[in-house]
Write a protein that binds this ligand. Structure first.
Ligand code: SF4
Length: 479
């Protein structure tokens, strides 16, 4: 999971860019980077939060009215600073690029680029690969034209398997954005006077004062030329399957993605979950959200059951989300550091805890234990998404089959493992029906592969082994 933001046509674009990157900091906390263009590229990237990487001194040299930036959570490559985005190449035109997603056929493409195009990839970051695929296609097409640019994007679609929402500065020519043919990762754009912004989430446009133009459609490319004319082309017509986890967990609740409000989606998921809680004959005294993601769902669930909603766990807001802390050992120790229970709320109560999902079960187990030692009479645990069983190949940090507690264990064993008295999951029907609302009226499809194994793109079985090997080698996952 990463976040991207591009700004075109704003004097000293870096100032707005850094403010905007802060609004998508939740999408990646490992590294941040930005590149600006004023007849040359000016780059700054580094490990850490946006506020750790940028300061008045380095921003002063990031000149130009066009800028793009990135916040990184690595699912490919390692944690080295050199792996952080954006990247740029000198030829043709000078192209800078950042993306959010994950290229599945990385190895095959790298070999092709090196053997056919003599383009050598220096890092393991797939953004460098996408950049070189696009640059190679543009070079083959010769003279620059908007038709040729869109043809190069079309060829890039042919070459790359996986998910990718891409923003790119094409030297003196303009600014390009495109979304993969299934539109798995979000990308939205908007306008303010004579400038444009492209961002992972609508919250960035809200905060920076841009009026939303539209979400980029799956397989669509948008190009803003140097005179600020907007050109766009739908290059593919495949089923749109955005990542359903954006609404469950990743995106900020104040964002609207592909016309669906994240907050409203979570609220509806909570209402649906209430049906499953009733069926399980659970009668809690209080409902407590596991902060922060599950607040809206827990509130809706409590309202639906007619039970009190209480904030019984207080989060230290200065510690990052456990999920996006990079290694398993960091993740395990982080739970106690970041959550503290309120004894007067919990003691002697039958508590229903609500969380967005259960991946490995370690975090849930620690939280249940924390609530138990605080004096709860009974503890029920409800996940507002269904059991997670399959690796994500599209850029989310759950890529190894053995990471999923629900892969081998039936629900009763998961309950025993995490130590609660009853465990309830959302159903797939409940999940999908909760997201059928918003701007588009027709029935929507989503990527739900981590729940049901239905991957929207071509997937070679060997890829699972390759990913596990890569991650162990790069120590992204510590066994
Ligand atoms: S597999 Fe799951 S987390 Fe990955 S893109 Fe699909 S829905 Fe999102």
């Amino acid at each position: 999971m990463c976040g991207i933001l591009g700004i075109i046509g704003k004097d000293n674009a870096i100032e707005e860019l850094v403010t905007g990157l802060l609004t998508i900091q939740h999408r990646g906390q490992d590294a941040a980077g930005a590149i600006t263009y004023n007849k040359r590229f000016n780059l700054k990237k580094g490990r850490g939060l946006v506020q750790d990487v940028f300061n008045t001194k380095n921003m002063a040299r990031l000149l130009g009215s066009t800028a793009l930036g990135h916040v990184r959570y690595p699912t490919m490559g390692s944690y080295e600073e050199t792996e952080a985005q954006p990247f740029f190449v000198n030829t043709p035109y000078g192209i800078a690029l950042a993306h959010n997603g994950n290229v599945i056929n990385y190895r095959e493409l790298k070999t092709k680029l090196e053997e056919k195009d003599f383009r050598y990839i220096n890092t393991k970051c797939d953004a460098e690969l996408i950049l070189n695929v696009l640059a190679a296609e543009l070079s083959h097409l010769g003279k620059f034209s908007i038709d040729n640019l869109f043809s190069a994007v079309n060829k890039t679609f042919d070459a790359i398997q996986g998910s990718y929402s891409v923003i790119s500065i094409i030297g003196e020519k303009g600014f390009l954005a495109f979304r993969d043919p299934h539109g798995i990762k979000p990308l939205i754009y908007g306008r303010k006077e004579n400038s444009y912004a492209f961002a992972s989430e609508s919250v960035t446009l809200d905060v920076l004062g841009y009026d939303v133009t539209d979400d980029i459609a799956p397989g669509e490319a948008v190009f803003i030329d140097r005179d600020r004319n907007v050109h766009h082309k739908n290059l593919r017509d495949l089923t749109h399957t955005p990542c359903i986890f954006e609404w469950i967990y990743f995106a900020r609740p104040d964002s609207i993605i592909d016309g669906i409000s994240v907050y409203e989606a979570r609220f509806r998921l909570g209402k649906k979950l209430a049906e499953e809680v009733r069926k399980s004959n659970i009668k809690p005294d209080i409902v407590i959200p596991i902060p922060d993601t599950s607040r809206a769902a827990a509130l809706a669930l409590a309202e639906e059951l007619g039970v009190s909603y209480r904030e019984g766990l207080i989060k230290n807001r200065y510690i990052g989300r456990t999920f996006i802390m990079a290694t398993q050992s960091q993740r395990m120790s982080a739970v106690k550091k970041k959550l503290n229970p309120i004894k007067s709320v919990i003691e002697k109560k039958k508590v229903l805890l609500v969380d967005d999902s259960i991946v490995r079960g370690n975090t849930s187990k620690e939280i249940v234990n924390l609530i138990r030692t605080t004096g709860a009479r009974e503890i029920y645990f409800a996940s507002y998404s269904p059991p997670l069983r399959h690796p994500c190949l599209y850029g989310i940090d759950m890529q190894m089959k053995k990471e999923f507690i629900a892969k081998e264990k039936p629900i009763n064993e998961i309950k025993e493992n995490i130590g609660c008295d009853k465990l309830v999951y959302q159903t797939m029907d409940g999940l999908l029906s909760s997201l059928q609302f918003g701007r588009k009226k027709e029935f929507r499809f989503f990527c739900t592969a981590c729940f049901d194994g239905n991957y929207p793109t071509k997937v070679d079985e060997n890829i699972f082994k390759e990913i596990e090997k890569d991650r162990i080698e790069s120590k992204i996952y510590i066994q």
